[in-house]
Design a protein around this ligand. Structure first.
Ligand SMILES: Nc1ncnc2c1ncn2[C@@H]1O[C@H](COP(=O)(O)OP(=O)(O)OP(=O)(O)O)[C@@H](O)[C@H]1O
Length: 305
């Protein structure tokens, strides 16, 4: 399955908040939908889920108009929507049945997910008597109960401790392996880096970067190299580079114990390496620079207009 979101515009009271949002996601892959607070992620997801209508643009699945009702979708919304006063089992079975799952199937699936998420003992407890993290896990069980083909997770890790985060990480990886189509919206870049083959970064209602994470990292790392000199601070290394290697590189950034260098126009990595050897610098590390997703995010979405 391939879901394509094309040129979505959305206004609230005449104020346009989405300006031509576009991205695509395929089964067996996860798309990381990223953006600062207010960038438009939740609005985009709500349009996808038919909670809101877009003013213009289209959403297609395998080339045909997409209607969420025709698919099994597990949606973990940003604002969690379970009944606090109702018992866990009672409400999850009820909600699964509303989505067309038989009592027997819902019951079996409930057992599976409560066990998988380590919350079996709370089956007959009222939701509001559970801790925040366990309530979050009940929400996740609800999202996955009807064995969805499309899984949309808005900040699924919020409130989870490291052990529970690990359980959820394994679950998300399994969903991807099981060929589900996963959209994952989060501010926690490390999770996005772990799961998502593709990313879409939104800023002020527009997509400012979209594509394969590996390719994006490669292109952002192009012409940049990491150099660490033995026993030298980054400041000292930067000074040495300016003195000895000026015609090859400029100092792009100083980091904790290393510097990021940018090759001068027309210079190659091999030439730089030869110059480093010629200058008899005591090299501790020299490698291609690969920016983190956080670096890329800050470059693309950090400019507050
Ligand atoms: N129902 C609404 N009526 C009016 N404006 C809205 C409505 N829903 C969202 N907006 C506006 O649309 C913009 C995008 O909001 P949205 O909730 O989609 O951002 P987000 O990227 O999900 O942010 P966050 O990371 O904080 O959840 C914001 O300026 C918000 O105020």
């Amino acid at each position: 399955m391939k879901l394509e979101i094309k040129d979505i515009h959305k206004s609230f009271d005449g104020n346009e908040v989405l300006h031509g949002v576009h991205f695509s996601v395929e089964s067996g892959k996860a798309l990381g939908l990223l953006g600062r607070n207010g960038a438009g992620k939740t609005t985009t997801i709500r349009i996808l889920m038919d909670v809101f209508k877009a003013n213009s643009g289209s959403i297609t699945m395998d080339g045909k108009p997409f209607h969420p009702k025709e698919y099994k979708i597990g949606y973990l919304p940003e604002e969690r929507g379970l009944y606090p006063k109702k018992k866990v089992r009672e409400q999850l079975i009820y909600l699964a049945q509303l989505r067309g799952v038989s009592y027997k199937e819902a019951s079996d699936s409930l057992k599976h997910w409560l066990k998988r998420l380590g919350i079996e003992e709370y089956e007959n407890r009222r939701l509001d008597t559970l801790s925040k993290g366990n309530q979050q896990k009940v929400q996740l069980a609800q999202t996955l109960l009807a064995d969805p083909d499309i899984v949309i997770l808005d900040e699924p890790f919020s409130g989870l401790d490291p052990v529970n985060s690990q359980i959820l990480k394994d679950v998300v990886l399994e969903l991807i392996q099981d060929h589900k189509l996963v959209i994952f919206s989060s501010h926690q870049m490390s999770y996005v880096e772990e799961f998502c083959e593709d990313i879409a970064i939104m800023n002020h209602g527009s997509i400012v970067l979209n594509g394969g994470l590996k390719e994006i990292k490669r292109s952002y790392g192009q012409n940049r190299l990491v150099l660490q000199l033995a026993g030298k601070t980054p400041e000292a290394t930067a000074d040495i580079c300016r003195q000895e290697l000026l015609s090859y590189v400029s100092v792009y950034e100083k980091q904790k114990d290393r510097v990021i260098l940018e090759l001068q126009e027309g210079r190659t990595k091999t030439e730089l390496l030869a110059a480093i050897v010629k200058a008899k610098l005591d090299v501790e590390a020299f490698m291609d620079y690969e920016p983190s997703l956080t670096d890329i995010f800050v470059w693309k979405a950090g400019d507050e207009a």
